[in-house]
Design a protein around this ligand. Structure first.
Ligand code: F6R
Length: 609
């Protein structure tokens, strides 16, 4: 997803901006560009491809400018190309703009600029429209021109602008796309994400929606849409950029898989009081509120959606409230039945996923109470929710989610238990028993991680498959969906997850000699049924890798390989059964030589529809 970095101060801007952009590479991008001053001109350099392509070209040119803006682009309007990369300039080349997000009415604006103003466009992007509009409104005051321009723009965006005639300022705007300002001494920074500027400062202003910021090297002024100056408290960043680096692991993904015991421990233990009761200070839902809630929607995308499916199961089971779990991009268009007795739970690692955010807004508009389960502090989803449960997974850099998922599961269980106890739907005894078992999860996950070599070996024998099927019953199918997504996104193997009982209704036709089937058989109640399903696919020639609980040895008779997870209660098995699947996907992708941390066509934070 696109990234923004800006610098204004006394140092050379180019190396600072390029370094900042490199901290945002994990978000996914296909081109990069920069605008800095040289010899009283705004110089723009932008190239399709990796940031190193840009860095090689600009770092040797010795731009002397101490102000600049830089961008990594993830294509939306117009294919990845040098011309479509940001920054974009007006006709004079004096005004340069970078932009994250989408300008929805750009076609109308573009036609108007072409027909009425005779502007000729150099790119296929929506962003270029902004540069021309600013030029149209420019009468010697960049801030004023930007204000006038954004009045005409519809959509979600963060933009940053520099202008040749005002070489002592950067103007930036946030509307539904993240933007922060880093505060230095005699210098200031601008970025779409905190890691981009953390090397330079830990003092940050979080810019709100519809705010415009004017940065000079000594001052940062924030305006609301009525051009009134806004006071802002400094947000002190306490986490370390080191934790966003690989620490000796070959890839971020494997590092993050190994960080799961810690993430689960933090998410749980930081919220347990001395009596072992979950205290959710961030959630202000009282017993009276809960008694009124007659329906819950859990809404999310991708992996977070898969965590939501387990959340649905847990809330229905422990709190006895009916739950729908929806894919965010579908939810917002299907006219869901929502009123003030509805609780809407958004699940999102980044907190910036546009589909999730849009669904949240729609639910809020219709009167629902909004609770979010989010990893990134201060993100849009968190800020627009009534109540927030932060998963303390730490920064997740690999595009494929791992530790975010297991901490989301932990969060969902905790929310379900909290609701169950508050409502009186769950006995204190049962509650204590489940909390105690969640408390053992870090150790149990660790034991699976310690035995990684068996899974690595298995991946070494199976990495050449053309397609893989995952199957399970009950909670196992929810986790099988996550296993399947993990494999396809990082190894590019065609995989799908199927409820084992559905096999005979169609999918079994695809099973032939040697087809790899990963069968999850962790649910005691459904174990016998799963054994029959494994036999069904074995009889058609499948090669079966089963995931089962320690002690359930019967499965060895029909599966080719069995991966055991430590014994646990059925309800909590997802936290464990996903781990061998993550490891398997990771080692398969490595064996296939894939770019594990940055799979093709994918982005970490999907801020477009
Ligand atoms: C898959 C993955 C994605 C995200 C999805 C939602 O490994 O990471 O499917 O889960 O894009 O992202 P967030 O959780 O940031 O809303």
């Amino acid at each position: 997803m696109c990234g923004i970095v800006g610098y204004i101060g006394d140092k050379k801007a180019t190396p600072i901006i390029v370094d900042g952009l490199s901290r945002l590479e994990y978000r996914g991008y296909d081109s990069a560009g920069i605008a800095v001053f040289k010899d009283n001109k705004v110089q723009v350099e932008k190239y399709e491809g990796r940031l190193s392509v840009l860095a090689d070209k600009v770092l040797e040119k010795d731009y002397n400018g101490t102000i600049g803006i830089g961008h990594t682009r993830w294509a939306t309007h117009g294919a990845p190309s040098d011309a479509n990369s940001h920054p974009h300039t007006d006709q004079t080349g004096d005004i340069a703009v970078i932009h994250n997000g989408i300008i929805e009415n750009y076609m109308k604006l573009k036609e108007w600029l072409i027909e009425e103003k005779g502007v000729s466009f150099k790119s296929e992007t929506d962003t270029e429209v902004i540069a021309h509009l600013i030029n149209y409104y420019y009468e010697g005051d960049l801030l004023d021109a930007v204000f006038k321009t954004i009045e005409k723009m519809e959509g979600a965006y963060a933009i940053a602008v520099v202008c040749k005639d005002e070489p002592d300022k950067i103007v930036a705007v946030r509307k539904d796309s993240p933007l922060i300002v880093g505060l230095g001494k005699g210098e200031n920074f601008l970025a779409s994400d905190i890691p981009a500027i953390l090397k330079h400062t830990r003092d940050v202003f979080l810019i709100e929606n519809d705010e415009v910021v004017l940065l000079t090297k000594d001052r940062v002024t924030i305006y609301n849409e009525l051009r009134q100056v806004q006071a802002r408290e400094i947000y002190k960043v306490t986490w370390d950029v080191e934790s966003a680096e690989k620490e000796g692991y070959e890839h971020f993904m494997i590092k993050e898989i190994h960080e799961q015991p810690k993430g689960i421990h933090e998410t749980l233990n930081r919220r347990l009081n001395s009596e072992g009761i979950i205290e959710l200070d961030e959630i202000k839902i009282t017993k009276e509120d809960l008694d009124k809630i007659n329906k819950i929607y859990i809404v999310a995308c991708g992996t977070a959606y898969h965590a939501g499916l387990v959340g649905k199961y847990a809330i229905e089971k422990f709190a006895k409230i009916p739950v729908n779990c929806d894919i965010a991009s579908e939810f917002r268009y299907r006219d869901p039945f929502i009123d003030e007795n509805t609780l809407f739970i958004a699940v999102s690692q980044s907190g910036e996923t546009l589909d999730t955010l849009a669904a949240l807004r729609e639910a809020k508009r219709r009167g629902a109470r909004i609770l979010s389960v989010v990893n990134v502090v201060g993100s849009s989803v968190a800020r627009e929710s009534h109540d927030v449960f932060y998963t303390w997974a730490g920064p997740e850099i690999a595009v494929a989610s791992s530790k975010a998922y297991t901490t989301q599961l932990t969060a969902m269980y905790m929310i379900a238990l909290h609701m169950g106890l508050t409502k009186g739907a769950l006995s204190r005894e049962r509650y204590d028993e489940i909390i105690a078992e969640i408390g053992k999860m870090p150790e149990k996950v660790q034991s699976i991680l310690d035995d990684f070599t068996d899974i690595q070996h298995l991946a070494g024998t199976q990495f050449n498959n053309e397609s893989v099927f995952f199957m399970g019953r009950g909670l196992d199918i929810d986790v099988a969906m996550e296993g399947s997504l993990k494999l396809k996104e990082i190894s590019y193997i065609n995989s799908s997850a199927i409820a084992a009982g559905e096999l005979k209704h169609g999918t079994i036709a695809l099973i032939e000699d040697g087809t790899l089937v990963v069968a999850l058989a962790t649910q005691d109640k459904l174990y016998e049924k799963m054994l029959s399903n494994i036999k069904e696919v074995k009889a058609r020639g499948a090669h079966v890798v089963a995931i089962a609980k320690e002690g359930n040895k019967e499965v060895e008779k029909s599966a080719d390989t069995v991966i055991y997870i430590p014994d646990t209660m059925d309800e909590l098995a997802p936290i464990l059964s996903v781990v061998p699947q993550q490891l398997f996907s990771y080692y398969v992708a490595v064996a296939r030589g894939c770019d594990v941390d940055k799979p093709r066509n994918l982005a970490k934070s999907v801020t477009v529809e």
